[in-house]
Design a protein around this ligand. Structure first.
Ligand code: NAD
Ligand code: DAU
Length: 333
């Protein structure tokens, strides 16, 4: 299969591309703008794989998209601004990429009659106190990030409904694992714990997230791509839910750090309390999560411990300024 993978230099996209190239022998073109979150190094070992190509461009650029989509069998779109805290501080790029970028990709897929998979998130449903969201649950996003994702999902659905495009949506729960940028809870806590830096817990730390190991989610996207029905949405959620504070405590234990590093900080504005997904529809396609949270967290901590070369340039670059803006203190203090 020949795929165009947008946002393939990011965390989940690069894990997905690795699977497609090494396990399926797909020819993959990655189109990625390389924002602060995208890194070509994430795909380093695939550079010489047959049919692999990398294009640096934004999905909102119609000419670059038209060139890159030539001859492909399907498009999988991971490209997005993805960090909720950044969307609260500076929403502009979120809206541009999700709305305009998704529109440009849909138009290109429509012009060529190509299958299209939009990678989306459980956050489009909003927060849920008890029970779990299904694909039929109403969309009630809370942040500029999740609202931008919900808007993109609706645009995708309209292209199926109106133009008959073979478009599908795949909504994931909280991913964790290798190559995740350390602005997100788990890699941030792992690197801070390994360095003896403070561990900033928002609010009371009692929020709940539904964790999925990135390789399981990437495989779920692959199942939706191969077996999903056009016009349908598939939830791909993790096997375990965990309270944030409990996640932080487990990371402390795995890193051999001290619980004294925990620091309660001002809560995120509009903070969603709990996410939870039901994924029966994806299971019916033959997908199943393989990695439980205990095992996945151990593997993740080990990966960060062993891959200093990956995170050192991040922790010593622009990330420091982001960290200071976000947490009101310099990294390392
Ligand atoms: P990420 O921030 O690690 O990577 C995003 C990638 O998209 C980066 O490589 C970046 O350079 C690229 N990108 C951003 N704007 C672009 C643009 N305009 N044009 C082209 N490329 C652009 O994100 P991630 O965590 O890997 O998330 C990937 C997708 O999965 C996103 O759509 C996100 O909403 C969704 N998702 C993420 C999670 C999660 O827990 N991380 C869960 C469910 C769904
Ligand atoms: O649910 C899927 C979503 O998961 C994806 O769509 C998003 O792209 C991804 O960023 C993630 O969103 P969250 O907001 O759930 O993830 P984050 O890692 O930012 O935060 C997880 C929880 O941890 C959340 O309740 C906020 C809290 N948190 C986060 C950070 C960064 C802290 O307590 N302290 C922190 O420093």
């Amino acid at each position: 299969m020949k795929l165009l993978v947008c946002g393939g230099a990011g965390f989940i996209g690069s894990n997905f591309v690795r699977q497609r190239v090494t396990e399926h022998g797909d020819a993959v073109t990655v189109l990625d703008k390389l924002t602060y979150a995208g890194r070509e190094e994430n795909l380093a070992e695939l550079r010489d794989a047959p049919g692999f190509a990398f294009v640096r461009a934004g999905i909102e650029d119609p000419e670059a998209v038209a060139d890159a989509i030539e001859g492909v069998d399907a498009v999988v779109n991971f490209a997005a601004e993805t960090h909720v805290d950044r969307s609260i501080a500076e929403p502009d790029a979120f809206i541009r990429t999700a709305a305009l970028g998704t529109f440009v990709l849909l138009e290109a897929a429509r012009a060529r009659g190509i299958r299209y998979v939009q990678v989306s998130t459980d956050e489009v449903y909003g927060s849920i106190e008890d029970g779990s969201f299904t694909e039929e649950s109403p969309l009630l996003p809370s942040s500029p990030y999740s609202a931008s994702k919900a808007g993109a999902d609706l645009l995708v659905a309209s292209y199926h409904h109106t133009y008959g495009l073979e478009a599908l949506v795949c909504r994931g729960s909280n991913n964790y694992g290798p190559y995740q940028y350390p602005e997100k809870l788990i890699p941030l806590m792992v690197l801070n714990a390994l360095h003896g830096d403070r561990l900033p817990v928002y609010g009371d730390g009692q929020q709940v997230r539904n964790w999925i190991f990135v390789e399981d989610f990437a495989r779920g996207v692959g199942h939706v791509l191969a077996h999903g029905a056009p016009g349908e949405t598939y939830n791909v959620g993790g096997p375990d839910e965990a309270v944030n504070l409990e996640v932080v405590r487990r990371i402390i234990a795995l890193c051999g750090a001290s619980e004294d590093l925990i620091e309660y900080v001002t809560d995120r504005a509009g903070h969603d309390r709990r996410y939870s997904l039901r994924s029966e529809k994806a299971r019916a396609l033959g997908w199943e999560a393989q990695v439980r949270f205990d095992e996945g967290l151990e593997r993740t901590v080990a990966w960060y411990r062993d891959n200093r070369d990956w995170w050192e340039p991040i922790r010593s670059g622009d990330y420091r300024a982001y960290y200071e803006r976000q947490y009101g203190r310099a990294l390392g203090r």
